[in-house]
Design a protein around this ligand. Sequence first.
Ligand code: ADP
Ligand code: ZN
Length: 732
Amino acid sequence: MLDWARQHMEIPSEAVILTKLREVFGYESFREEQKAIIQHVLMRKDAFVMMPTGGGKSLCYQIPALLQDGLAIVISPLIALMKDQVDQLQKLGIYATLLNSTLSAKTFKAVREDMLANKVKILYLGPETLANRDKLDFLRHVNVSFIAVDEAHCISDWGHDFRPEYRKIRQVTQEYLGRLPMIALTATATPRVQLDILRSLEITEATIFKSSFNRPNLYYEIRAKEPEPEKQLIRFIKKQPEQGAGIVYCQSRREVEHIANLLNINGIAAAPYHAALTPRVRVQNQEDFLNRKIDFIVGTIAFGMGIDKPDVRLVIHYDIPKALESYYQETGRAGRDGLPSTCLMLFSLRDIQRLERINRHNEESEKAQELLDEVNDYAFLGVCRRKQLLHYFGETYEAPCNYCDNCLETHEHYEGAHELKAVLDVVKKNPAAYRPAHIVQTLQKNIDLSQAGHTYEYLAVISQDSKEYKGHWKPIVKQALLSGFLYTDVEQGQGLQLTAKGQKFLKRSHSVKLIRNHVYTSSVASPLKIEKLEKVCDEGLLDQLQKLRADIASEKGIPPYAVMQDASLEEMTIYYPTTLEDLAQISGLSMSKATKFGLPFLQHIEAYVVEKNIMISTDVLVKAPANASRNKVYIIQHIDRKVSLEEIAASKMMSMEELIEEIEHICSAGLKLNLNYYIDTILTQDQQQEVYTYFMHAEQDDIRQAHNALGNRYEIEELRLMRVKFLSEIAN
Ligand code: ADP
Ligand code: ZN
């Protein structure tokens, strides 16, 4: 549009914009830069918006779309996301729609007519549909107000989910719509992705709106992955002050299934999420998570896009993420409600090496490796995590944040003026495009040369230790970047350059405190007492606990085995649990069962331990999934959804016998299963009553005995299911 026209165009006033926000969307006021962005788009100027997920990007184009004549086109990568948005807008009474390949010819025609009649305000399109010229040619005759490119990082192969079709947006739209104002939006903001987007969309002159990416309520921590990471994981989750919702990210589908299973066995309701599950199961698991039916999702990175669950308290990277970008996005799913939340990454060199091996087969192996190096540096560097993350997104942050492990733990500092000077000197003398790794190489080469007799002034003062230790220089280069002595020149091939501060330092150096890197040793693992069977149980205590059980049973009028099973009592005399949490970890117990019957046992054990002066460990006990089959999670979930047992058995290719055996395992691990929906179909109420009463009065829960005692009138399978029902109701 001509400048003349732009100047003479009527721009809606602030009051009008605010009224739209209140009347249509029902919000009181704008957040941060929303208003400025909306005004900018209304002036038909290009804009580039970087806002963390959940920041409120959608309104930035939805309100301008409503306030202008014609139709706004929104390009978005995922059909599910578009559907959500369209649904929401339609509920608000806005004519928004989406075009994709699944639309029937009839619907398509109707929508097209509406667009030509200028009725539609917002059209969502995937980039592939956009490129379908034949289908969209009619848009030439529609008055299009502007184009919004959502999740614009997809344009850049430095972004975390690159989509080649995204690269053609400018070219394609220009062909049949002419040059329209564009607003690009993303939750990714590394300087190189930013530049890539601006160039690809040809909006290098766009005004840039960038909100801070700081998430002050998130606590960042990295720990060495212990030799028994599963136990480490469970202990970590159990030791959280409150059991809120959480997400565990793993690299492989197999690991996802395994960890979800492990959590369930340990009384943490969890479901898996990965691309190989059927869409129905995925949607169900996701909904269960949103509705708090389960507390944890264990997922591959596929989980979380577009999920709006505000109260996730814990995000754990069980495996190393492939890039800092995805780490930030994934941790960002914690604490949307602004309440304190924890982000833990388990770090292991083995994982790094595994990813390196995978990267080598990657088409873009160099790039993948560079991204991984950044994760590696982040893990090792002792500098405030928040400062590091925000620096990655091109933001300066004054550490310490006092809310990350690096700020809260003490790290070894040392006087680093000489070494910093050496690094800056190399950068200065090598104005070509240099990256951290090159700087380190050059330094090391120079050190070798100096030992062979060459003189490098700046090296003369550097300690012998620093010269010998290979890993010494990289953290210094990184710290020079983080403290603003150097910067990465994105426009010039990523080379490092001196900043004004760096130049000044070279002229007149001063004292600088540098931080030594983390050392991740695997020896931090404390051996857990899970290999219990080697330990003998405490006969004295066992005797007392059995008496206690008999008393409770007769008082409640239920059989002793329904109060506690023998195996559970024995285990208690090995571990001496003194808290409910510990008790719930004893096999055969769950939290609900521990709460129901556990208290007298705990009191008794506590007194015993004090009396005998027994040392107990405060470690959380972890149930190992020794013979746990992957089917367990599936079975629990499907019983929960009242799927018939025949169907479950068939879909898992098990016999009924095998299925019942699994169900019994689940039950004896202390999990409650509600089988009533199924039992009601095989036994009448009277029959159920009879078997129930039998178990109530039996000395033992043996099935053969029950079969005989009930005059062989019931099938073994029926009795076994009734026993599960009985134990679930009475005992768990
Ligand atoms: P993003 O696309 O940046 O991840 P959304 O546009 O989906 O974020 O917005 C995140 C949430 O914040 C949504 O629930 C949205 O309705 C809400 N929101 C956006 N702007 C405002 C506002 N000005 N006042 C209150 N809530 C808002
Ligand atoms: Zn910090």
